[in-house]
Design a protein around this ligand. Structure first.
Ligand code: NDP
Ligand code: BG6
Length: 518
């Protein structure tokens, strides 16, 4: 990572700072940036929430988050002792305009102490429904006016549907300039996701075959073994389609399907991605059941431990209709991708945490070899593994050694950890640093968020109008509901199961490139 320390004094105001995002992602990222020397000398992290939390308890809670989730490993006592005093917590009723006058005073106090005007980053780490009063509160206290120093960060999902996203965009641009708004989708900060751009546009090799002539179909999978945890307050109103497909999976699809940008300029890249979203074929209501599958987990076993079903999780309704699994088939209607299906799938409480893109190439147009040579033969496949393993694998055919002609698939493999032997920065480290620097290349533009909602709205509406009768329909620890297999089997194809699984004795699976995988 190139060293790019920020000199500008900075205050992170995290609304919803007592929630899961702050604990799991933001705290580890800020701590790692601090340890790696990227944070400015003068900085503060101000968590804001409805319940009072003493500063010490809040610091302890965030430290637990770092210890549990940081890819940089556990906190080191000395670094933590230096980092912790920068963290404070304030209780505030976000519907009360006076709370923002209090915040304005707190922020001015930092400026006075530091003798400099700090950049103020207002981070919305809470459900989209609460953003409106906060944006209004910030504006009411004139905390939005300084275009150079005030930035607002809005998490995905951006709004709840197309109309609310439009309304939210209108609201934000009423109070902030577009350049002050950072719509975050942390998948865009992942090294392996960014590498899709490098892989596609810094090599001549793949571009000629990156189209419908050579590619049969694409699978994008983000599997999680975690359940909903303590996040039911948010998740019950979101569900897998809003939580993951509308943003993370569609953004990956855009990177796979986009045309080459003329330059790495932020607007140029974002424009090419919007072009993809706009080309995605709209699924008509009567087509939803053939092109989308939803699921909800029941109880089961994960990593050798018994886990409860979604409807028994704290804060979840006993008859909840929220989906924890979604699979969707999409087409990109343009010259490059006409009639090439993109299969997207994601779910919670699946057997393993694993995200990957799998590009399946067409079989050779004419078989030169006799049928007896082809028993083990498979079309080429390119795999972009995003997590937990990071790498790229290419499957191709070779002659199996021996006196007879028999073909066998082999893998050419590239692993980040072996090639570079450095820790990849976590997505949030990259994105928080970019926000501090004022670089919006990896963030979503207003039109992108709206175009993405446009893609999934027909599915959302159909699912809302037809209550699922079959929930729960997959067991925790399985790969999803039965209908999920049918979605792809009806096209004569099958799902690719994860290539990499971390060594897990309970599953008797070790981290190896398994082949064949279908
Ligand atoms: P949580 O439910 O854990 O936390 C949300 C926080 O929002 C809570 O601390 C709560 O504050 C506050 N909140 C909820 N409702 C209200 C309300 N009506 N008024 C004021 N405050 C409220 O959710 P997450 O932290 O998981 O998610 C927050 C956002 O971050 C979502 O948009 C999610 O998509 C996104 N995100 C989450 C990730 C994760 O790994 N968790 C990763 C990427 C994005 P209080 O403590 O005061 O009750
Ligand atoms: C978040 C979702 O955006 O991404 C969570 O709200 C999900 O539900 C998380 O668990 C997954 O992120 P990652 O980086 O762990 O794959």
């Amino acid at each position: 990572m190139q060293h790019d320390k920020i000199n500008q004094a900075t205050v992170f105001v995290i609304f919803g700072g007592g929630g899961d995002l702050t604990w799991r992602k933001l705290a580890p990222a800020l701590y790692n940036l601090f340890v790696d020397g990227y944070m400015p000398e003068r900085f503060a992290i101000l968590g804001v929430g409805r319940k009072p939390i003493a500063d010490d308890s809040y610091r302890r809670r965030l430290r637990e988050g770092v210890d549990e989730f940081s890819i940089g490993g556990k906190t080191d006592q000395q670094s933590w002792d230096e980092f912790a005093p920068h963290i404070v917590f304030s209780k505030a009723d976000l519907n009360d305009p006076q709370a923002f006058d209090g915040l304005a005073k707190e922020l001015s106090a930092y400026d006075e102490t530091w003798g400099a005007k700090a950049t103020r980053i207002y981070y919305m780490a809470l459900p989209p429904s609460v953003i409106k009063p906060i944006a209004e509160g910030l504006a009411g206290a004139k905390l939005n006016l300084d275009r150079e120093h005030a930035r607002i960060v809005v998490e995905k999902p951006f709004g709840h549907d197309l109309n609310s996203a439009r309304e939210l965009n209108r609201l934000l641009t009423q109070y902030f300039q577009e350049s002050q708004v950072y719509r975050i989708d942390h998948y865009l900060g992942k090294e392996t996701v960014q590498n899709i751009l490098a892989f596609r546009f810094a090599n001549t090799l793949f571009e000629p075959i990156w189209n419908r002539r050579y590619i049969d179909h694409v699978q994008i999978a983000v599997a999680e073994n975690d359940g909903v945890g303590s996040r039911s307050g948010y998740y019950e109103h979101a569900g897998a389609l809003r939580d993951m497909v509308q943003n993370h999976l569609l953004q990956i699809l855009c990177l796979i399907a986009m045309e080459a940008p003329v330059s790495f300029d932020s607007d140029e890249v974002r424009q090419k991605k919007v072009d993809v979203l706009r080309a995605i074929r709209v699924i008509r209501p009567e087509q939803v059941h053939q092109n989308a599958v939803r699921g909800q987990y029941g109880g089961g076993w994960i990593e050798g431990g018994r886990v409860r079903g979604y409807r028994s999780e704290p804060g979840v309704a006993a008859d909840s209709a929220t989906e924890t699994f979604a699979a969707v088939k999409l087409y990109v209607d343009n010259w490059r991708w006409q009639e090439v299906p993109f299969y997207l799938r994601t779910g919670k409480r699946l057997p393993a945490r694993n995200s990957e893109v799998s590009i399946h190439f067409r079989p050779v147009p004419h078989q030169t070899f006799p049928a007896s040579a082809l028993l083990d033969s498979r079309p080429n496949r390119l795999l972009i593994a995003m997590q937990p393993e990071e790498g790229i694998l290419l499957r191709f055919e070779v002659k199996h050694p021996g006196q007879s002609m028999a073909l066998a698939p082999v893998m050419m493999q590239f692993y980040y950890r072996e090639a570079f032997q450095v820790r990849s920065p976590e997505a949030y480290e990259t994105l928080l640093l970019d926000i501090m620097k004022g670089d919006s290349t990896l963030f979503m533009r207003a039109d992108q968020t709206e175009a993405a909602w446009g893609v999934i709205t027909p599915i959302l509406e159909m699912w809302r109008s037809v209550r699922p009768t079959e929930f729960f329909n997959y067991q925790a620890g399985s790969w999803g509901p039965e209908a999920f297999d049918i979605l792809i089997a009806q096209d004569g194809r099958s799902w690719t199961l994860p290539t990499f699984l971390q060594c897990r004795e309970d599953l008797a699976i070790c981290r190896v490139a398994r082949e064949p995988m279908e």
